[in-house]
Design a protein around this ligand. Structure first.
Ligand code: SF4
Length: 252
């Protein structure tokens, strides 16, 4: 696995390629982001953004959501999938906020993960984006991209979070996660577009697929997927900053 300095260098390279990396969920406060992140499980951010305006218009805070009839919440979040479980989590989470935290979203990982429907990934999203507390969410994109690059070496999200937070200063945690997620969505997809990747020079996966001397390939780790056009243009003109088409993340 790469050193802390090399990890930071890779993240900086990718941050340059994706200068607009940020959460794409729309929110106005920590409660809204917490609810939106719960809804984002097995759903796209764009899909969540379609349902949250009506949801938050009707239930704008924990107190209102805690008293909501389950059937009404289910109807509002239906299109995001798993709507019964998600409605149950939203109402349960809101009741716990009212009962334990005066209706406010707590600012610690320990308290957040005790809320119904909230795991470390969701807690880190809220800490990092809405509460100004360093947090590094590890989703499937972060898991895939960080292992390919050789800046992490595990299939366990908690372990990868430890590895990345151990290598990066807290001020970079949230941005690093946003950057890796965007890179995974745009370029380092399951079928990666290595010819468009700004970090290919430092990538263990690319080195292996191209038959090049490996930079720092994770030992014993099977590298999945097939780079598209591996060995072709490395660091091509396409490895320039990629502009996001989506609008601003926050609702006003
Ligand atoms: S070189 Fe390819 S496999 Fe490596 S991070 Fe870039 S896109 Fe992903």
């Amino acid at each position: 696995m790469k050193s802390a300095a090399a990890t930071q260098s890779v993240i900086e390279t990718l941050a340059h390629q994706h200068p607009d990396a940020d959460t794409e969920l729309h929110f106005r406060n920590a409660f809204e982001l917490l609810a939106a992140t719960i809804l984002s499980a097995q759903a796209t951010d764009a899909g969540v953004n379609k349902v949250t305006p009506a949801l938050f218009a009707k239930y704008p805070d924990a107190g209102a959501m805690a008293a909501a009839p389950a059937e009404e919440v289910e109807q509002l979040v239906h299109s995001t999938g798993f709507f019964r479980q998600k409605a149950k989590s939203l109402i349960g989470m809101s009741r716990a906020l009212v009962e334990r935290h005066g209706g406010e979203v707590p600012r610690t990982m320990d308290a957040l993960v005790k809320l119904p429907g909230v795991g470390r990934k969701t807690a880190n999203v809220v800490l990092g984006h809405a509460l100004g507390v360093p947090g590094l969410p590890v989703d499937r994109h972060v898991l895939r991209v960080s292992n390919r690059l050789g800046i992490a070496d595990s299939d366990d999200p908690d372990r990868v979070e430890q590895q990345l937070t151990g290598a990066l200063p807290p001020a970079l945690w949230t941005r690093a996660s946003d950057t890796l997620i965007l890179h995974g969505r745009r370029i380092c997809k399951p079928e990666p577009m290595c010819g468009q990747c700004a970090a290919s020079d430092a990538c263990a996966f690319f080195a292996e697929a191209s038959g090049l001397p490996e930079p720092v390939r994770p030992r014993g780790r099977a590298l999945r997927g097939t780079p598209a056009k591996a060995g072709a243009a490395r660091r091509t003109a396409a490895a320039k900053p990629v502009k996001k088409a989506a609008p601003s993340r926050r609702r006003r």
